[in-house]
Structure formats: structure tokens, C-alpha cells
Design a protein around this ligand. Sequence first.
Ligand code: BQZ
Length: 694
Amino acid sequence: MYTFLRGTAYAVLSISVSATALQAQMVEPTTPPPPPAFDAQGEPVFVKRSDVFEYRALDSYSEPEWVTKKFVETGKLPPVEERLPAEPLVYKTANMPDGPGVYGDVMRHVIGGRPEGWNYIAGQSQGWGGIDIGLSECLTRTGPLFMIEPEDLEPMPNLAKSWEWSEDGKTLTVHLIEGAKWSDGDPFDMDDIEFYWNDHVLNPDITPLNGATQASFGEGTTLERVDDYTFNFHFQTPFPEQVLYNMAYGNFCPGPSHILKPEHPSYSDNTVEEYKNAFPPEMMNVPVMGAWVTVEYRPDDIIIMRRNPYYWKVDETGKQLPYLDEMHYRLSTWGDRDVQAVAGTGDFSNLEQAENFVESLRSSAREDAPAKLEFGPRIIGYSLYPNLSGNGWGQPDEREQAIRELNRNLKFRQAVSYGIDRERLGNSLVKGPFTAIYPGGLHAGTSYYDADSTVYYPYSVETAKALLAEVGLVDTDGNGFLNFPEDTAGGVDVNISLLTTSDYATDKNLTEGIVAMMEDIGLKVTPNIVSNNDRDALRRSGEYDWQTLRNPPNLVTVIQNTPQLAPTGPQTAEGHYANADGELDLLLWEQEMADVVNAFIASRDPVERAELMKTYQKLYTTNMPAIGLTQYPGALIINKRFSNVPAGAPIFMFNWAEDNIIRERVYVAEDAQQDHQVYPEALPGAPGSDGPME
Ligand code: BQZ
């Protein structure tokens, strides 16, 4: 399966420039300068997981009065106690910043994504921005871990309410919440779990949206049903505790098998594509386990959701959650999300585009500003990802293959890194103490980061040019751009296509900066700017030379999505998937990185794990599977009328703020409520029916 190929083609070519002159210009790699001081503004209130919620039966339950009157008393809905599980998830009052809430009002999100459809587990995007996080509940939960004491840092229960390891650590027995129901009243049970695992995770033709594969749970891992609410995971290695993180958002969030299965290619005549598209955005009321259900979709305008009458979480007074009756997702741009949040026409934003920092800070500083803005730690990082596959992933043509061979050449990647002026790049986004020089790898300020293990190729055009000459690239046609040797791609200019999403100004600005800086060292780079969904499709299919990308979360947390830190499986490492035959042509250092990551996953010794991550960081920043660009903090913007927003919630740590703030227990005090509901006193309708039930 694993074959080793070396980028030898160029090494032998002799070059005219005298080696000594070149040596003289070369700048040695060093460690990165310390980032400018920038303290997070908010401080979480650290607690144990068991302080946040528990599963237990309460004496009585309640719901919004209009639900009782209009739906229960009219027989359209069974009484609340019959809709809830035997032991619902109960949020503890002591952990609610503002105490138990009241029903009503809406949270108005603004997003830049667009829904492809509702078949999340078959790989469809719902537009991001908290939509999929709100609709899909997962076995465990990690968002709120930002406020959990380090001693108790382990994923929180969710649909899986408890689990235990076998003596030898090779079996994890997982207990699901019993009696919970999908938003149409259908029981949630092992049928949904097995359908997700057998017919999606293990199905090579279908990949859930966030890329879960068997490798995400450990090579050779199997899932065995015990009874309707219990299953065993069987592992090849003992105590792979990482798996608990991969049972959280994005990797183990089952879909409604009673709705999806009849359309699945294994149980119908549908093709994989037909199954994927069988639940288009226009289809309303698709059952969910989340707190709100989609009842209206107006293309390029808005998605409206109404409270889920079967939601399986309550507060300690017995009130069924959520408190908010309606959710809006206005379909606009990510930049507009910031603008509307500080203006008060939107209610929430992850301020993640550095270009919007100054204006957002200015507006939210006003006395009468409608929203609160709070910066968190430096967790946003951007990198340049070269496609490292040399054996056909993405079906490259001759030119593309020649680029892949360059990408696989360390000297070439070093040249690119030396050619990037990260200070200028950061300042081109925003001036001030926000951006930091980021060589790549683990983010400075995160728990496993070690500056001494971090290699930094400081900005030096001369060194970059010298290395490109060593690789054998010469400007043979004198147009200022380096050419391939005669016998490669017809000796044309080396012209690199740089894949970038059009959805974020930051991504486009960084790409423009890279194009200019690469021209300075003689490399022609052409931006390929496409929509986010198209970008994500090309990213997964490998049809790109380079891409500008906001780093995946595991470079911040390490303990989440750990297998994706390196090519530990055929589709785990950003930038290097296996080819169509499943062959992964790893370079030596990539194999070393995969071995280190697997050793980290298998280790339960905190000292050993810290050492392993130092080795990982050294391998990463020396060899650069991705070349770091910049790193900066994000800020959470929330309208001041919302209560129960946890202190110090970062826009991103283990998950995005849309998960971190626990939206189902966020509320608006009666006297602060605003009249934005489009369908007051309405509930979701039958699956596939139009609009809400009134
Ligand atoms: C936050 C997030 C919630 C995905 C997405 C989007 C996709 C990526 C990433 C972020 C958006 C927002 O990020 O930018 O602030 O609301 O949705 O899911 O960038 O293109 O594939 O990983 O989470």
C-alpha cells in the first residue's frame, strides 16, 4: 500500500551559478520571533464536566404555553413528558451564567455559505455558520470544553450518555441516551448508529461532510451492536482515547436512518450521487436531533428554523429546551456577518477576518453599541498547502505532475517559505498587535506548542532564489519567470495554480500577497478563486497545485481530529490523499510524522505525548507539509440582549462558538425580547412538507 518515491528529476541538473556565491547569500533557518503580546479579553469560569449537566428524570416538565394550547391540547402532539427521554439531559442552574431562562425571541445568524442539501452524512454542506452544528447532534460534545478544568479534560457526553473501557482497553462500550426521539417523533437508537457506521463511514464511496473515515477511529476499528441503546467499539490498539474526540462534531453525528435509508444505494436503485442529492435545500422539515428544525428556505435570502418539540434536553426547572423559539440564517457573506452583528441587525459573528477588526472594534466600542465584542486567543492560522501527491491523486496532467514533483522537493518548499514576508503579509490584513509570524505547524500559544522545536525560514529573497536555482529552475526565456527544464512540460514557465475560496476576503488577500511575493523570487502563481463548496470539492479530489487555507482545528487542539495531523490513512492529511487505487506515496518524513501521530494516539503518558508533539513540530516546520502564513486572534460578537452566554467563549477552540456557547440554553429576558419571529407559535411540520405547522 505505501510506496516511497523521491523528487529526483531535478537534483542532478548542473547549474551555472557558482555554488560559493549562492552559499554566501543563504540565510539559515531559525526559530520564530515571539508573537506580539495579545491577551484574550475574556476569562472562562473553569468547572468540571459534571457541573454543566447530568442525565436524570425530573418530577415534571414544561414547555411554552402556546405549544400546550395549540398542539398538545388539540392532539397534534403528545404531552411533553412523552416526548422526552426517560432521563433527559438536564442543564444545571449553578452553571448557567444568568440562571434558568424564559422562552421566546430569535437568534439571527448571517452566513456566507449556501446549503447544498440536508444529507450531511453523505457529505452535503448546509452552508456552515452554525447550521450543521445546530441541526446535527453527535455522540460526544467538545465545544464547551474551553471552560472545563484541565484535570477533567475529556469530551462531554451527548447522545452517548456514558462509556467504559474494557480491562485491556481494546473495547469501548458506549451507552446511548434511551428514549430520545428525532424531531418527527421517530425513536433515536442503534439503527441510526449502525446506518451511519456501516453505510457511510465504512462505505468507500460515501464520505460524511467533515471527512470521517474508519481511520478517524483507528485502522481496523469495528462497531458491534449490543442492544438497542448500546454498542462496542473494538480497537486494534489499547485505549485510543482520541476516539472520544472523533465521536464529537463533525465525525459521529448520525442522520435519521428512517428517512435516509430508503434512498441509500445499498437499499434502493439510487446511485451515490442520487442518494447524496435526495434531500435538496428546498425540502423542509427534515428530521433532526438538534434544537431547531428547518421550516423555510429562500435561496440566497434566508433559512428559518423553528424549535424542535421533541428536543431531549431540559433545564433544572423541567423546562424543555431550547429557550429561543426561532433561528435565522441570512444567506449573505461572512464579511457582512461582522457588519450586521456590530450594527445590531444580526445577532452573532465569529470575527475571523482580520480586515474587519478595526471597524468592528470602533463600532462596538460605542456606549450604545448593540453588541458585545470580545477577543479570544490567537487560534486563526492560515497556510499554503502544496499538493504532495506524486502518484496520481486528482488525475494531474503533465504540467500538474511536474508541479507535484517540485512540491515534493524540500528545497523547493524551503524556497517558497523564504520567499514569504510574513510580517508584510500580516500587516496587509490589519495593522497592530493582532497578526503574528507563523512558520506553520502547531499554533503558538496552544498547549502542545514548543518554540524551540519550531523551525522558521525567515524572509530572504536571495536565499529563495538560490534554492530555486539549486532545484534546477532557470528563466530560460528571460520573461522574469523561472522555467521547467527543456524535457519537462516543454520547458514552459513554472505556472502554479493557487486554489482559494471566494467566500472570505482574508483568503483572497493572502493569495494576492503570495502571488506578488512569489513573482519576486521568479515563480509565476495564478489564483484559482472559486466558491467555498467548489473549493471544498477540489480540495477533497486533489485537483489543485497549491491552496491557501485556514488551518483545520487540529493544529490548535491536537487532541481533536488527531489522526488528521498526518497521513495516517488514505484520506486524513490535508494536501496528501491516496490515489484512486488507494496508494499513498509518502515521503520519508511524512511516514515519520504519521508514526509520531500514531504513537501520540496510543500513548497515555502526558510527558511522552508532549515530547512526541515536539518531534511532530520539528518534522512539520522543517519539512512543511504546509507553509505557514499568518496567525491571529478571533473575536466573538454577540448581541447584548442574549443571556447565558458563557464567559470567555472563544470563536474557536475545540469547536466553533456556535457550539461553545451552548445555544440551546441561551435566552433573551422578557423585557429585552425583540419581535423578529417570522412564524410565532409555529412548530415544524411533517418531514418533507412545506413550511411550519401552525
Ligand atoms: C463558523 C463555522 C461553523 C469549515 C467553515 C467554513 C467551511 C470550512 C469551517 C466559521 C464557517 C465560519 O467556517 O467561517 O466562523 O461559523 O462556519 O461551522 O469555512 O468552508 O470547510 O471547516 O468550519
